[in-house]
Design a protein around this ligand. Structure first.
Ligand SMILES: Cc1cc2nc3c(=O)[nH]c(=O)nc-3n(C[C@H](O)[C@H](O)[C@H](O)COP(=O)(O)O)c2cc1C
Length: 321
């Protein structure tokens, strides 16, 4: 009873902050919210292009709105990221459709209007980093062995897999490596539920709904959870996601080290889907689902979304002495 009451002010505080500052409030269109929306939608274009067989004409549910946002962003803030990265991703979209001989006139015409309106030289746009990168398995494995920075930077979210079986011993080994993740007071709340049966994978991914076009090529799906019983105070109410999220990152890196590709799959879900997943994956009630991971064998050649990163200056605030 004591904690039932004690938990409430914390949740009310988070509730107020999220309502005030997140992008939920669509009427307040700040620069950050516009940038987040552009990034979300151009990344859908990149993800589509990074599949083994992108569907001709894909993405038209988001592209018109994306182009509106890009136009408005360039008008308001000048020729700058993420509008520039979005343009580059859309140019990748045009290149792909040209290769497969499928008309993409709507995108071509709207981009051309934007280029004219903002006097963008075509050569300038070629240095912008949206779209996909072609990679090879051999190149990636070599980069992996060239020191930490190269190892870290050569991990990508992979959305093309070769199929085939991943030995259970490799999954065990990756989980064992990831156990070295730091956690609050070393409580190690993380748990991993591994699935390799194709039918079961299909069931889980249908609930997750973020792996269309590649989930069926995954050899293993991992559900990363945090055991809520590990947390003992009201101030720890978000620790399951922090420790579980850090563990999931380690797991991606451990899989990368073993030469497998992986893609994190979000568990940003409301209660209905959460209940469905718990039932389908037999997750104990006291565990919090953090995210899923699709894991697979790398093809010899494949493409990944470029997933542009901005300059450090946009991220790092140095607070002087
Ligand atoms: C928590 C989390 C959830 C994600 N969910 C999805 C998803 O549902 N589907 C997907 O294709 N990619 C998903 N991603 C992958 C991101 O798109 C990717 O990490 C991001 O673009 C950076 O690219 P990189 O991983 O290649 O560096 C997710 C990543 C994280 C960390």
């Amino acid at each position: 009873m004591y904690f039932a009451v004690k938990l409430l002010p914390g949740h009310a505080y988070d509730y107020r902050r999220f309502l005030a500052y997140s992008g939920l409030n669509k009427s307040r269109d700040s620069r950050s919210e516009r940038a987040a929306r552009i990034t979300l939608y151009y990344h859908q274009v990149e993800k589509g292009l990074s599949l083994a067989s992108p569907r001709a004409g894909f993405g038209m549910n988001v592209i018109p709105g994306l182009l509106d946002d890009v136009d408005a962003y360039l008008g308001a803030y000048g020729i700058t990221d993420p509008a520039t990265t979005a343009i580059s991703a859309l140019q990748g979209y045009l290149d792909y459709h040209e290769r497969i001989g499928h008309p993409a006139d709507y995108v071509r015409n709207r981009l051309s209007v934007i280029f004219d309106k903002y006097h963008i030289p075509l050569e300038q746009s070629q240095s912008w980093a949206g779209g996909v990168l072609p990679l090879s398995r051999a190149g990636l494995l070599a980069a992996r062995n060239a020191g930490f920075k190269s190892f870290f930077e050569s991990r990508y979210s992979v959305r093309q897999f070769a199929g085939g079986v991943i030995p259970e011993s490799d999954i065990r080994s990756a989980v064992e490596t990831a156990q070295k993740t730091p956690s609050v007071c070393n409580r190690q709340s993380w748990r991993v539920h591994a699935f390799s049966d194709a039918k079961q994978i299909e069931r889980l991914l249908a609930i997750q709904n973020g792996s269309r076009g590649f989930g069926d090529q995954a050899s293993v799906v991992l559900v990363v959870t945090s055991e809520l019983r590990s947390f003992l105070g009201v101030a720890e109410r978000y620790q399951p996601w922090i420790d579980g999220g850090m563990f999931a990152m380690s797991l991606c890196l451990a899989l990368h080290d073993l030469g497998y590709g992986s893609c994190c799959l979000n568990w940003s879900k409301e209660s209905g889907d959460d209940k469905l997943m718990r039932a389908a994956a037999a997750i104990p009630p006291s565990e919090q689902i953090i995210m899923l991971l699709a894991v697979g064998i790398l093809p010899d050649e494949f493409r990944v979304a470029r997933s542009y990163r901005p300059s450090v200056d946009q991220i790092l605030v140095m607070h002087g002495a």
